[in-house]
Write a protein that binds this ligand. Structure first.
Ligand code: ZN
Length: 296
């Protein structure tokens, strides 16, 4: 199958749209029949169906589960902390903070989107993957790494013998880290990215876009984390005048320009920027004045 790019025992399947949202890149370990993040390409995954024995998730986001419904017969393995939104659609909505907005139509719209485009069907994990766990097979050992931040239960995988590291959504893209939902955490993202950087891999695979590096990503590690600092500086600058979170959301500091659907993305901007504002408050660089934030 030429849709698969092979790195020794690990096959890489690039997602539709160049691996961009709403798709992700998948991995397939043929020897064990393990499929990781089934949201790359429906046609390719359908062809693989009979060879898949179990499905693993790097984390709970919808762009990593789109074709999970093809594998209802397979055990699902993931980190315990990310299971709640996978097993219950209301929890899924809550983890995006959508319930907080008290807009019934929005919740219904999201549910329809999840059930329709993303084929959401609640699933329970057959078993939980844990930090440090080693899965051994003939000539291949997979190490499970719990790297929270992008989500509470985000996992990365290190394939020992071929020294291949799957980074999941710590994808080293110029866009930078994403933390636009309720439980993503900037400090944890930084710690997890630095941990992944230290692993002596030879090949690096990622959850989005081009998706593989056959040489050390080098400057891309620091550039990825620098995006966080960059956004924070822009926010600080914007707070030279007092601003509400709604006003901050309209500054498009994360996405750079308005993105459709605007109400959704403005809200993601607000959630992301609230996390930056909390960091700046803690460092004593800004203060609040009623419902506004202001630089000191
Ligand atoms: Zn994600």
């Amino acid at each position: 199958m030429n849709e698969l790019k092979k790195f020794g025992p690990v096959s890489f399947i690039q997602g539709d749209k160049g691996g961009r949202y709403p798709f992700c890149n998948s991995l397939f370990i043929e020897e064990a029949g393990i499929l990781i993040d089934p949201a790359s390409n429906g046609e390719v995954l359908k062809k693989l169906k009979d060879k898949v024995n179990q499905v693993w998730l790097s984390h709970w986001h919808e762009d990593h589960i789109m074709y999970l419904n093809l594998f209802e017969h397979c055990p699902l393995l993931m980190h315990k902390l990310d299971e709640p939104p996978i097993s219950d659609i209301d929890t899924f909505i809550r983890w995006y903070g959508i319930d907080e907005r008290n807009e019934k139509e929005l919740v219904e719209g999201w549910k329809q989107l999840l059930a329709g485009q993303f084929n959401y069907t609640p699933r329970r994990a057959h078993r939980h993957l844990k930090e440090g766990e080693l899965i051994r097979m003939d000539g291949l050992t997979i190490e499970v790494l719990h790297v929270p931040g992008h989500s509470p239960g985000t996992l990365a995988f290190y394939f020992h013998e071929p020294r291949i590291l799957f980074l999941g959504d710590y994808d080293l893209t110029p866009f930078g880290p994403w933390y636009g939902d309720r439980y993503s955490d900037i400090d944890q993202i930084i710690a997890s990215t630095l941990r992944l950087k230290r692993i002596p891999a030879k090949i690096w695979l990622t959850g989005h876009e081009h998706g593989y590096f056959e040489e050390n990503p080098g400057d891309k590690w620091d550039a990825y984390l620098a995006v966080i600092e960059n956004r924070e500086e822009k926010l600080l600058e914007f707070l030279n005048e007092p601003r509400t979170l709604q006003e901050i959301g309209k500054a498009w500091i994360v996405y750079g320009k308005p993105k459709e659907p605007v109400v959704e993305y403005e809200y993601i901007e607000q959630i992301s920027m609230k996390k930056h504002a909390d960091r700046l408050l803690k460092r004593g660089l800004i203060r609040t004045e009623g419902n506004r934030y202001l630089r000191l």
